[in-house]
Design a protein around this ligand. Structure first.
Ligand code: SF4
Length: 379
């Protein structure tokens, strides 16, 4: 088989409707859903949407087609050529030009320096938190551009918080591929027990806006462990310079997403700082609009997650406790087996998924109604 024939065969294997691909991977559980996958498509269930498949999709310039593209995007350009690595990569052990007095940076709302490429050179590690969602993807591309200008792209580390079975299929693999597109070091962190296990066996209650242990336990605290590891790697080289290791912790939060996110300082001292490390939290795209985010992604030519083409406004957990009911219904229709598992856990702990509705309510509604408009959610 020639390369071209092989690629065509591969594309034929993977190009099914987004719903078919997802439903076949997640398994059945919502009989009677409109547009349920055909038997031929069910045969694809054995094919896991693993990294090789996602990679093949990218190489073939294809991705799973959305069955119900609520927010279809225009075609993307070819991937942009990356800047060559710096001729003489900046060494982490070399003295770093310091034009920021970190002792003065205590408190919130630190001023964002005007010369960002130069400022990036003051950090030993530029840590990009990536969920593979649109905001972290745009942030990654933007910060990479700045780091190239500063000659410090080799200091970028991408970290993905692996949420396991509760994430949209293929998310971790896509996060890896997005990082690899830029030639970045990619780290995966995760808690031993996943969120569903934690809800069922430890907390016995769903997380909520007032108690977001899902974020603190499965994301923030896991990233802090990685920061500890990264600091240990740099410590010997940096300690002789008589200063702590400097970490820039970048998150793709945007003010537009919610009032609480709008209040977050774009630059602040991170609580993970201690005597060995100075951790600065930066929200590089805090003031960006959603249109700017998609423009940056299209400019990059790098693949985005298919969940957006299905109409989801956000990624991360398939079923977010903060999500709108319409978003949950859509997610349920594309992840029926996982929805069954959420119902089982909800019954086992006797605690409703949210104040407004139980998960069973959501699934019942998802069985009956086609989702034509998905409301965003705040949180
Ligand atoms: S997506 Fe929602 S449920 Fe998942 S960690 Fe974030 S806030 Fe919690």
């Amino acid at each position: 088989m020639s390369n071209g024939e092989g690629l065509a065969a591969l594309a034929g294997l993977v190009v099914v409707s987004g719903a078919a691909l997802i439903a076949s991977h997640r398994g059945g559980g919502l009989d009677g859903l409109e547009g349920r996958v055909s038997r031929d498509e069910d045969n694809l269930a054995a094919e896991k949407l693993d990294e090789d498949t996602v990679r093949a999709l990218l190489e073939a310039g294809r991705r799973p087609k959305a069955r119900a593209a609520v927010n279809p995007l225009p075609p993307r350009p070819a991937p942009r050529a990356l800047a060559p690595p710096p001729a003489a990569p900046a060494s982490h052990s070399a003295p770093i030009p310091v034009d920021v007095d970190f002792d003065e940076m205590d408190g919130k709302n630190l001023p964002v320096p005007a010369d960002l490429p130069k400022w990036l050179r003051t950090f030993d590690v530029i840590l990009i938190n990536t969920s593979a969602g649109k905001d972290s993807q745009a942030m990654l591309d933007y910060v990479y551009e700045l780091a190239v200008k500063g000659g410090v792209q080799d200091r970028i580390v991408a970290v993905h918080c692996d949420l396991g079975r509760i994430e949209w299929e293929g998310t971790k693999a896509l996060a890896r591929l997005q990082a690899e597109h830029y030639g970045l070091r990619f780290e995966v962190v995760r808690r031993d027990r996943d969120l569903l296990q934690q809800v069922e066996h430890e907390r016995k209650k769903w997380p909520s806006n007032a108690c977001r242990y899902c974020t603190s336990d499965h994301k923030t605290s896991q990233v802090v462990k990685l920061i500890t590891k990264l600091v240990a790697e740099k410590l010997a080289a940096v300690v002789r310079l008589g200063r702590p290791v400097r970490i820039l912790n970048c998150l793709g939060l945007r003010a537009d997403e919610s009032p609480s996110r709008a209040k977050k300082p774009p630059l602040s001292r991170d609580g993970a700082s201690n005597s060995k490390r100075e951790v600065i939290r930066w929200l590089p795209i805090h003031r960006w609009t959603e249109a700017q985010v998609w423009a940056q992604i299209r400019k990059s030519g790098v693949e985005h997650h298919y969940a957006y083409d299905l109409g989801m406004p956000r990624l991360s957990c398939c079923f977010c406790v903060l999500a709108s009911k319409s978003a949950l219904m859509l997610a349920v229709q594309h992840n029926p087996a996982l929805a069954d598992e959420y119902i089982r856990v909800e019954r086992a702990i006797g605690h409703r998924f949210t104040d407004k509705y139980s998960f069973e309510d959501v699934v019942e509604a998802a069985r009956k109604a086609k989702v034509v408009k998905v409301d965003a959610w705040v949180g």
